[in-house]
Design a protein around this ligand. Structure first.
Ligand code: C5P
Length: 296
């Protein structure tokens, strides 16, 4: 019966069911990996990992509204806004999974540095899925959205946790965790970025220390956190100047300096005093949690 009306008529009907004028303005937070252990390379080409993910209050803003067709605009002209953008991949994924036929209008105000290992694109995709679902009356549960999200990227599912999670598999398997004690965190991002596939391609899994990720995870909840990232080696090989940057961050007074994901940014804890300059962006922020029955 429904099939005989055609997509234009269904879109027309959708405008009466869903309010095209209501707009959601949502934070889309970055993440850091407080530890990142790579276990092995899989037969599908991905790497099996074990990592403690934490959302941080360094956020893009998305303004999202139903529309007759899809539109994506961005404050940063360097970011492609074609269908290769994860936001539009999320829009297509949501329609495919739910059968909803309406379009989405998204404006992205970009603050999270790109090619930084901070999960900005993944967070934008998660925020889009959450908002699209909300705007059409929540036909999907958050756990369904998290599961679907893994089809378009490994890190997207994490953002459906409460903001702290142990992630395994490709990164898409979530174990939600209680919030960690609040910490001030500084992000330092050199002007040059790093490509995630390139960093992974330089990784020599056999050379890594075989540390038990469950023990490392426990260290964070027993007050003796072991910060480390198995991707630092290959990222330093891809961009040797990161070694000098890490040294200068340490000598400026930070106790902990660790590469974020596959880089090229670092997160720092402690009382350092690094200054922003034309080659380095610096952000002072803190941990953030997702709101109960809401977004960040
Ligand atoms: O899943 P996503 O598109 O974020 O991954 C980007 C790239 O990072 C993959 O194409 C792959 O090269 C690498 N990757 C990996 N193992 C993972 C996650 C990502 O090798 N667990």
């Amino acid at each position: 019966m429904v099939g005989s009306y055609g997509p234009t008529f269904l879109t027309f009907i959708s405008f009466f069911r869903w309010n095209k004028n209501s707009m959601l303005t949502l934070k889309s937070p970055a993440k850091v990996n407080l530890f990142l252990r790579i276990l092995h390379k899989r037969t599908d080409g991905y790497h099996e990992l074990a990592s403690l993910f934490q959302a941080i209050d360094l956020c893009d803003t998305l303004k999202i509204q139903l529309d007759d067709s899809d539109h994506l605009t961005c404050s940063n002209p360097d970011l492609p806004t074609d269908r290769s953008n994860l936001i539009l991949k999320a829009v297509d994924l949501f329609r495919k999974k739910t059968g909803v036929s309406i379009g989405l209008n998204v404006h992205l105000d970009k603050k999270i540095p790109m090619q930084a290992g901070l999960g900005g694109g993944s967070s934008n995709a998660a925020t889009t899925l959450w908002a699209f679902n909300k705007l059409v009356g929540s036909p999907a549960s958050e756990s369904q959205l998290a599961q679907w999200a893994s089809e378009i990227g490994s890190d997207i599912s994490f953002f459906f946790s409460q903001g702290t999670a142990y992630c395994s598999g490709r990164g898409e398997k979530l174990r939600p965790l209680d919030p960690l004690p609040q910490m001030k965190i500084t992000i330092a991002k050199p002007a040059e970025g790093l490509s995630t596939p390139e960093v992974y391609s330089r990784l020599k899994v056999d050379h890594l220390q075989k540390r038990d990720p469950e023990l490392i995870l426990r260290s964070f909840f027993e007050g003796k956190p072991e910060y480390f990232n198995d991707l630092e080696g290959p990222a330093f090989e891809a961009m040797p100047k990161l070694i000098l940057l890490k040294q200068s961050l340490m000598s400026s007074g930070y106790d902990t300096v660790l590469l974020c994901g596959s880089g090229s940014s670092f997160f720092c804890f402690g009382n350092g005093s690094i200054m922003q300059n034309s080659d380095l962006s610096v952000f002072s922020t803190n941990f953030i949690q997702k709101k109960e029955n809401g977004w960040y």
